[in-house]
Every structure is written in structure tokens, then in C-alpha cells.
Design a protein around this ligand. Structure first.
Ligand SMILES: Nc1ncnc2c1ncn2[C@@H]1O[C@H](COP(=O)(O)OP(=O)(O)OP(=O)(O)O)[C@@H](O)[C@H]1O
Length: 238
């Protein structure tokens, strides 16, 4: 089966400091891939390169066969992404922000349904400036998935969400994957990855140093599962 996301031997340095070093990974249609790594491991950088928001020094990222950097405008109009803190028109409401986004994407989708899905349907005319961090995060998720993208890039999407929000987002992502969306998601929270990801990759020393299926790993290691994974992350840290 063809991969929706293909990252091949991507390298990236900032001011001579290598962050990614010949990093490769693939994602299939309908797959949720969890990117796990310590602070500064390069997860956000990898997400940005995947979505064509940053140019790799070497190697390539492809979405649906297209080079993400070369075709970044087209790619970014097709994928959904939530990378770092989402930026909104702060003086406008949640609905107005989504309307502007839809106009930009040249689409007309069910904004009411999307707001309901993320629990923001009753925010009315309240400007985003008055939203809590979790509410902004929910709005970012609604915006990322509003146009039913084939591919979603989500950098720590449950950051700032309450347990209800986490459950809602988890259900939404599982349903999207069920319908065929490929989802690359980063998180620091292993238990969250376990409940969501089909495959988890540990990013350390600039590349994926270990890949596993959380359910198989749990079956194999039982209660020692977390310890095993944290040990790998610790050992591979530079
Ligand atoms: N534009 C930039 N200029 C300089 N350094 C950068 C830039 N972007 C990222 N870095 C550096 O690259 C490294 C990896 O950053 P990145 O944000 O990708 O890590 P991360 O795994 O997402 O971290 P966290 O879990 O803390 O969010 C860090 O040392 C960061 O300071």
C-alpha cells in the first residue's frame, strides 16, 4: 500500500546544531502514528518539515507522493495541522474564525457540526481573546479537521485540555482514522499514545530509534511497559 506520509532521510540543523539526522518514517492511510520524544528531540521540527512549513537541509518529506516543501501551498490547503500554539483572529468568535479559514481553503463545510464536536457550540459571539487555553486548543483541532483532510499533523494536541476534552479529541481522531485519515501526532504522554496510536516511534538523536505497536508492547511487557519505553528514551538521549 502507498504511504500517505513519507519522510525519507530528513536532516535539519539550526546554527550548526543537528536536530534531525537522516530521519525516516512512513504513514499509511487510516494510521495513527505517535511521535514520542523528550523536550527538544525535534518532534515539532519534523512536523513542520512534513507539512512544508520548514525546508529540510537534506532528504524529503512527501504527502500523497508530493514533495512537501516544493508543493507547500497545495499541500497546506489539503492537510490539517495543529503545530505549536494555534493563531487566531483574537477579536473574532470561534465561528467567525472557522468561516475565515473555510473561505481561505475555498470550501464550505459544516461549521456548526465541527464546533459541536469539540464542545464549543455555545461560545456564541465571545471573542477568542477571552477563551481559555484549552478552548483555543479545541478550536485549533476543529480548524485542523474541518475540511476532512486525508492527513492530519497534530503537535501535542491534548496540551491544555481537560479530561473531557482529551476523551472527545481521542474519539474524534479514532473516528477520522477509521474513515481513512492518516494522523501524525506528537505527545509526551505515553498513556495517551497507548490509547490512540497504532504505531509509536521514539525520536531521539535525530531519528526514529525504535518503533512499536503499543498494544503489542503492553501485551509483552505488562506493567513494565512504561518503564521499558522510558528506559529506551533515557538510553537514547544524547
Ligand atoms: N527556528 C529555530 N531556530 C533555532 N533553533 C530551533 C528552531 N526550531 C527548533 N530549534 C531547536 O531545535 C531543537 C528541537 O526543537 P523542537 O521544537 O523540534 O523539539 P520538540 O521535540 O518539539 O520539543 P518539545 O517537546 O519541547 O516541544 C531545540 O533545541 C530547538 O531549540
Amino acid at each position: 500500500m502507498d504511504a500517505v506520509i513519507e519522510i525519507r532521510e530528513v536532516s535539519k540543523s539550526f546554527q550548526g546544531q543537528s536536530v534531525l539526522e537522516r530521519c525516516s518514517l512512513n504513514l499509511q492511510k487510516g494510521e495513527i502514528y505517535g511521535l514520542l520524544g523528550v523536550n527538544g528531540a525535534g518532534k515539532t521540527t519534523l512536523m513542520k518539515i512534513t507539512g512544508g512549513f520548514q525546508q529540510p537541509d537534506e532528504g524529503e518529506a512527501r504527502i500523497d507522493g508530493r514533495d512537501s516543501w516544493e508543493h507547500r501551498e497545495k499541500i497546506q490547503s489539503r492537510i490539517g495541522s495543529l503545530i505549536e500554539t494555534p493563531i487566531f483572529y483574537e477579536h473574532l468568535s470561534a465561528r467567525e474564525n472557522l468561516e475565515i479559514h473555510m473561505a481561505y481553503m475555498g470550501q464550505n463545510r459544516d461549521i456548526t457540526g465541527a464546533l459541536e464536536q469539540v464542545g464549543l457550540s455555545r461560545t456564541g459571539r465571545k471573542p477568542v481573546a477571552k477563551f481559555s487555553m484549552g478552548m483555543k486548543q479545541r478550536l485549533g483541532i476543529a480548524r485542523a479537521m474541518l475540511h476532512n483532510p486525508d492527513c492530519l499533523l497534530l503537535d501535542e494536541p491534548i496540551n491544555g485540555l481537560d479530561p473531557v476534552g482529551i476523551q472527545e479529541v481521542r474519539d474524534i481522531l479514532l473516528a477520522l482514522a477509521e474513515r481513512g485519515t492518516a494522523i501524525l501526532i506528537s505527545s509526551h504522554i505515553l498513556s495517551e499514545m497507548e490509547q490512540l496510536a497504532h504505531r509509536v516511534g521514539i525520536l531521539a538523536q535525530g531519528k526514529i530509534v525504535e518503533e512499536f505497536s503499543p498494544s503489542m508492547m503492553r501485551a509483552q511487557y505488562g506493567e513494565d511497559f512504561e518503564k521499558y519505553v522510558i528506559d529506551i528514551m533515557r538510553r537514547k538521549q544524547v
